[in-house]
Write a new protein. Structure first.
Lengths: 134, 483
């Protein structure tokens, strides 16, 4: 994890619903994080490769590449292998152990979600990371 | 009174004796030495004796012969089956024998009559049992479920056509065959055998089992029950296969639908919950942000509401519950109404919205509100997916030949990609590339399809090319005025 220019940890948020993207970004920014947004899996992958965020938050159902596919790809790629991910999904029950194994998904939150919970999880994961530098 | 062999012999002897005696008597009467012999009277007596005996035997023989003959005739008369028993003819010498034969013959005749009548009864019983069995088989055949009846030895006793079709065996010649030779599915055979072994005359067993029939997989609800006889022993097993493939399909479709619906509902709900929480947590420090949040919450609430309405409408139409109020409707008036309502939205995007309706006078027999809703959805879509400065045009065309009217909604918008075309009218389907362009429930077109096709017996159609725009149309029959 590389420190950003602003010194604040960077979080990448991916969701095809503009409102969700907006509310999560706002919550994280208000809490002192730098936020990048993406509207689909492909855009998210590109941004992740470019900016090496400390954490990725992604929706499951997205065009071009689902959130799960994105996380698998992130883990498979050398430079993004260690980035933890949080999955937000309305289909929380459909996530099986086997699905999550090839990814770095540290938590699955089901929609409707609470922005408070998301922030708490983000803080937990980033602090954990900070405690164990890559 | 015939002359038998023994009687002829006797006659010969007599004739010989007589011919010997006659010259002897002649000689005697001429007087001779022979007569004065001491043995002469014995000799004479002897010859006369032979003659007398011969005559005696002849007479008796004839009579005996006659009686024997009559008795034989009498016995032979029983070979003639249909003839009534004749009384024994009068006879002189074989009284006892005759009576004994008469009694026996009478008894035997009675026995034969008895056996004949018993056989007739049995024949009738067999016919009745046959008729009952045919009746049972006819009942079996009329049952559309597959029914197999096996006996206590697990051999096939009865089966209907449905069973032969489902399990693929020939009914002819299948009876009395062991069940494992007829049914190729080992699980099913084991079920039957196990049920027979368990011998439970009270409870039935229900099992779900899948079979491949003609390359298609069918799922059956299999019921197995033991048949008991009058001594409460297991006489066989009845196996019924009830096809629940369609039910399972429908159940799965319903399950999928519920799953899709809840997923769709969660999305606007997520926004509402998140923004409300943000407000509660004071994450909107200024009035502008708060107003933005309130608008989003309101918008998403409306979206949720529309979604639920659409789902209910479609659901009602699909289950035939919806109340349809048909009347004679002048289509041009409906078109004009829709255009008027959508004009503000079009203007907001600088889109030119106009109409051209056929001058011909005609009416459709339809539910006005539903047609209005369908047209509203189409025009709404057209505006949504047309960028700023585009055009949306509605026209109606009458086809006199087929007595139909077609409404076309044409736009200069983004067009539909080829791979999305077959799915456009499906529930919840949204073109992936267009999700960013506009919000949608994915149900609008599905509702249009149901209104036009399911309720009014019309047809929907679409032509489109990416970047060139689309034309969505529906065709309805024209009313001939008599409804």
């Amino acid at each position: 994890m590389e420190p950003q220019a602003t010194g604040k940890p960077l979080v990448l948020v991916a969701d095809d619903e503009a409102h969700i993207l907006h509310v999560v970004s706002l919550k994280l920014r208000n809490a002192g994080y730098e936020v990048l947004t993406a509207h689909d899996g492909e855009e998210a992958m590109e941004l992740a490769l470019q900016h090496h965020p400390a954490l990725v938050i992604t929706d499951f159902q997205m065009p071009f590449m689902t959130g799960l596919e994105l996380c698998v790809k992130l883990k498979q790629t050398e430079s993004t292998r260690d980035i933890p991910a949080i999955m937000l999904t309305a289909r929380g029950f459909a996530m099986a152990e086997d699905d999550l194994n090839p990814t770095n998904i540290a938590a699955v939150l089901s929609k409707p979600f609470s922005p408070r919970d998301v922030l708490a999880k983000v803080q937990e994961l980033i602090e954990h990371q900070a405690g164990n530098p890559a | 009174m015939g002359i038998g062999k023994s009687q002829s012999l006797i006659v010969c002897v007599l004739v010989t004796a007589a011919s010997a005696a006659v010259p002897l008597v002649g000689r005697l009467t001429t007087g001779s030495q022979i007569m004065r012999q001491a043995w002469m009277p014995y000799a004479l007596a002897g010859v006369l004796g032979i003659i007398a005996a011969g005559l005696f035997f002849l007479l008796i023989g004839a009579r005996l012969d006659g009686d024997v003959h009559r008795l034989r005739h009498y016995v032979q008369s029983f070979q003639d089956r249909d003839g009534p028993p004749v009384r024994c003819p009068p006879r002189r010498y074989f009284r006892a024998l005759g009576s004994a034969i008469e009694q026996s013959m009478s008894l035997m005749h009675q026995r034969v009559e008895q056996l004949t009548s018993q056989r007739r009864e049995l024949e009738i019983q067999v016919r009745v049992t046959d008729a009952e069995r045919q009746h049972a088989e006819a009942i079996l055949q009329s049952i559309s479920d597959a029914v197999l009846v096996t006996d206590a030895f697990n051999e096939l006793a009865m089966a209907n056509d449905a069973a032969a079709g489902a399990l693929r065996f020939e009914l002819d010649g299948a009876r009395h065959q062991p069940i494992d030779r007829i049914v190729r599915d080992p699980t099913l055979v084991k079920l039957v055998k196990d049920t027979r072994e368990a011998g439970n005359l009270v409870n039935r067993r229900h099992v779900e089992h899948a079979l491949g029939v003609n390359g298609q997989k069918h799922i059956y609800d299999v019921t197995l029950a033991c048949l008991g006889n009058t001594q409460s022993e297991v006489a066989g097993v009845v196996t019924i296969l009830h096809d629940i493939t369609r039910e399972k399909q429908i159940s799965e479709m319903k399950s999928d639908f519920v799953s899709s619906v809840s997923h769709e509902l969660r999305t606007p709900l997520s926004s509402i919950k998140a923004y409300v929480e943000m407000l509660v947590d004071g994450e909107a420090p200024d009035e502008e942000t708060r107003t933005e949040f309130y608008n989003i919450i309101q918008g998403e609430t409306n979206r949720l509401s529309r979604l639920i309405d659409n789902i209910l409408n479609i659901s009602r139409i699909e289950s035939g519950v919806v109340k349809i109020q048909r009347e004679h409707v002048a289509l041009p008036a409906v078109v004009k109404e829709v255009i008027d309502v959508m004009q503000p939205q079009a203007r907001a995007k600088n889109i030119e919205l106009d109409e051209q309706t056929s001058p011909l006078y005609y009416q459709i027999y339809a539910d006005k509100d539903m047609i209005y809703q369908a047209l509203l959805n189409l025009v709404g879509n057209a505006i949504k997916y047309t960028p700023e400065g585009g055009k949306v045009h509605v026209d109606t065309l009458v086809n006199d030949h087929s007595r139909t009217v077609t409404v076309n909604v044409n736009d200069s918008g983004v067009g539909v990609p080829a791979e999305a075309m077959p799915h456009l009218f499906e529930k919840f389907y949204r073109v992936a590339d267009h999700k960013k362009m506009a919000k949608g429930t994915g149900l609008g077109l599905n509702l249009v399809k149901h209104i036009v096709e399911t309720v009014h017996g019309g047809k929907v159609a679409v032509t489109s090319a990416v970047g060139k725009g689309s034309t969505f149309s529906f065709t309805l029959p024209i009313s001939d005025g008599t409804a």
